[in-house]
Design a protein around this ligand. Sequence first.
Ligand code: IPM
Ligand code: MN
Length: 365
Amino acid sequence: MKDIYEIAVVHGDGIGPEVCAATIEVVKAALGPDSPLRFSEYPAGAEHFLKTGQSFPEPTFLACRAADAILHGAGGLPGVVHPDGTEAGLDFTLKLRFELDLYANIRPIRLFEGVESPLRGVKAGDIDYIILRENSEGLYAARGSGARLRGEVAVDTLVQTRTGIERIVRKAFELARQSDGAPRDGVRRVTCCDKANVLRSYAFFRSVFDEVAKDYPDIATEYALVDAMAMHLVLKPGHFNVIVSENMFGDILSDLAAATVGGMGMAPSAEIGDANGFFQAAHGSAPDIAGKGIANPYGTILSAASMLDWLGHKHGDAKLNQAAGRIRSVTEACLAGGLLSADLKGSASTRQITHSVCDRLAAAA
Ligand code: IPM
Ligand code: MN
């Protein structure tokens, strides 16, 4: 347990500052006047790159590395790119993942009461699984280092290591063990999502998965090829409990999965390594609605609840876990009560949602 937990905050671009500010208010309301969290803001992102030529200043990196946790709004603006065409605003997220070895990207996909799914015949509770995205290697590890030759050839390489696969698969089984199983049948199950039929790197992923699975005889296992997985997540989402996959596949499936539970605004994530934790929603910076006050803050708020849970477990500080629980139940109640932003077909503003969540938290304290 610590007296003070340092939280490095990077607001980022587009709607990032709006959802981030909303979330900080909510966390403060959940912890009350004796909150042990200290929030300090640092610059990074596409806007900062336009102003200064730097997307991720070194002091920001050092502060993030030293902090107890990192909270981010969202990063990136279309057209703000490096000479190789990739987005400068993503440097923050990607550099943190690779430099701090945040190998586990935990993305809960859950349909809440009050939120409509575009899928027919599913109700709250029918969709409740985790996409566990490998976050430290895979295809995205090639960022910035692939070859570009004569303006004619571009190559990025997919890297998968035994160590990297083992630790993410182990995490998947641990998460399944802690869970209540799949909504449809209550079975604790880990689905290995790959493309083992075509590429040897994915066949390797699967073989390491099989080795690790032997240590978890109590958990059901299965394989799903990623293309079929895209279909399964639409046709039988209730079957899944924990899905583990390579970095890029996890990225792509995350958006598909989010769509089934109300959209990107409802997609929290937690990016965890052995030392550091980084918390942001899985969505982008939505520049088309930035500054209008209508952004959906729930994804970032739920990511902050994961932050409190992670800090609470790491430091044996139960009051942080209790605050996380309060944020989750208040969020659930607000959604069920129809407090919905425009993306959820409601009319509540970011402010209105933030105020209602904070009021209820104050009442719960
Ligand atoms: C995500 C995002 C990131 C990714 C971007 C912001 C780098 O889409 O977290 O899913 O591509 O991984
Ligand atoms: Mn993504």
